[in-house]
Design a protein around this ligand. Structure first.
Ligand code: PDD
Length: 284
C-alpha cells in the first residue's frame, strides 16, 4: 500500500513527496525529529513528544510552522489517511532551504514532514528473550539532549554492536554508560533499585524514561538517577532499555555476560506491563 505522507501542508503519495537538495536537514543535519507510537489507531505519550519537540526547536531557533493544535490534528489525520492501527509516526522539522552557508539563513521557511510506519509494537518477540547489547565508545556530539537527525554515529555504533553478534549498542563515555543507540539504558540492582542516568546534555531526555520513573514511584519501586558502569550493569539483577516503540524491553546480555539468570527480569516485565496499561488508557 502506498503511504500518504505530509509535507509542508500537503498530503501526498510517498513517491511524490520531494524535498530540495538545498534543505539544511540534508546538508547540515539541521533538523530535529520525534517518533510517537500508535496503538489501536491512537497516539501514545503525545503530550511528552510535543513538549520535547518544542524544546528541541527552541534550542536550535527553528520555528514549528504549525500551532500545537494544528500539529496534533496532522498526527490524527495521518493516522486516518493511512488507516494506521499499530506502528509509529515519524515527524521531522528542518530549518528550511537556503544556499549552502554555515551561518543560518534569515527567516527561512522550515520543512515539516511526517510519515507513518506500520509495525507491531505491543507484540515483540524480544520481550520473551531479551536483547543483547555490546558496549561501544560514545563518540556523539555534546548536545544529545536535542533530538537532531544527526544519527550517523548511533548508526555506526549499532553496526559495530551487530558485527559483534549483539542486537544493539550501549554507548560508554568516561567509563559510564550514557544510553543505547536509540533508547535509554537502565539497570535494576541486586537489592531491587532501578538505576538510570540523570538528565544532562549527555543523553536524550527520554519520554518513556520519565514515565517509567513516575510509574516506579507509584508502584513503590525505589530508584536512583545516577550513572553506572558497564561492569555494574553486567553484575546487576536486571537490565532494560526504554523508547517510544520498544516501551520497556529486557536486556539479558552485555558484552557476552549474562545479566541475572539470563532471562527477562521480573521487575522489568512488571514495569513493561504497568507502562503499557497506563499508556493505552491515556492514549489519544
Ligand atoms: N529514539 N535515547 C536516544 C539516543 C534515542 O534516540 C531515543 C529514542 C531514546 C528514548 O527516547 P523516548 O523514550 O522519548 O523514545 C533515548 C527514537 C525512538 C528513534 O530514534 O527512533
Amino acid at each position: 500500500m502506498t503511504r500518504i505522507v505530509y509535507l509542508n501542508g500537503d498530503w501526498l503519495p510517498e513517491a511524490e513527496a520531494k524535498v530540495s537538495i538545498f534543505d539544511r536537514g540534508f546538508l547540515f543535519a539541521d533538523a530535529i525529529y520525534e517518533v510517537t507510537a500508535v496503538v489501536g489507531g491512537r497516539l501514545l505519550e503525545y503530550a511528552g513528544h510535543a513538549a520535547r519537540l518544542q524544546r528541541s526547536t527552541a534550542e536550535l531557533g527553528i520555528t514549528c510552522p504549525l500551532t500545537p493544535e494544528a500539529l496534533l490534528e496532522v498526527h490524527r489525520e495521518i493516522i486516518r489517511r493511512n488507516a494506521l492501527e499499530s506502528g509509529l509516526i515519524y515527524l521531522q522539522i528542518s530549518r528550511g532551504t537556503a544556499d549552502r552557508d554555515f551561518a543560518y539563513p534569515e527567516n527561512p521557511t522550515p520543512t515539516l514532514t511526517l510519515f507513518t510506519q506500520a509495525k507491531s509494537v505491543l507484540e515483540n518477540p524480544k520481550v520473551a528473550t531479551g536483547i543483547s547489547v555490546a558496549c561501544v565508545p560514545d563518540e556523539r556530539w555534546g548536545r544529545r539532549d536535542i533530538k537532531t537527525v544527526q544519527l550517523l554515529y548511533p548508526s555506526m555504533a549499532k553496526m559495530e554492536a551487530m558485527a559483534k553478534g549483539a542486537d544493539d549498542a550501549w554507548l560508554v563515555e568516561d567509563g559510564f554508560v550514557t544510553e543505547a543507540s536509540s533508547a535509554t539504558a537502565h539497570i535494576i540492582t541486586r537489592d531491587g533499585r532501578l538505576v538510570t542516568r540523570g538528565l544532562s546534555n549527555a543523553i536524550l531526555h527520554g519520554i518513556t524514561r520519565a514515565s517509567v520513573l513516575s510509574i516506579a514511584e507509584t508502584a513503590g519501586i525505589p530508584f536512583e538517577e545516577r550513572a553506572f558502569t558497564p561492569d555494574e550493569a553486567m553484575k546487576a539483577a536486571e537490565a532494560f532499555i526504554t523508547s517510544a516503540t520498544n516501551f520497556v524491553l529486557p536486556v539479558t546480555a552485555i558484552d557476552g555476560h549474562t545479566v541475572g539468570d539470563g532471562k527477562p527480569g521480573p521487575l522489568t516485565l512488571r514495569l513493561r506491563e504497568l507502562y503499557i496499561k497506563q499508556k493505552l488508557a491515556d492514549a489519544i
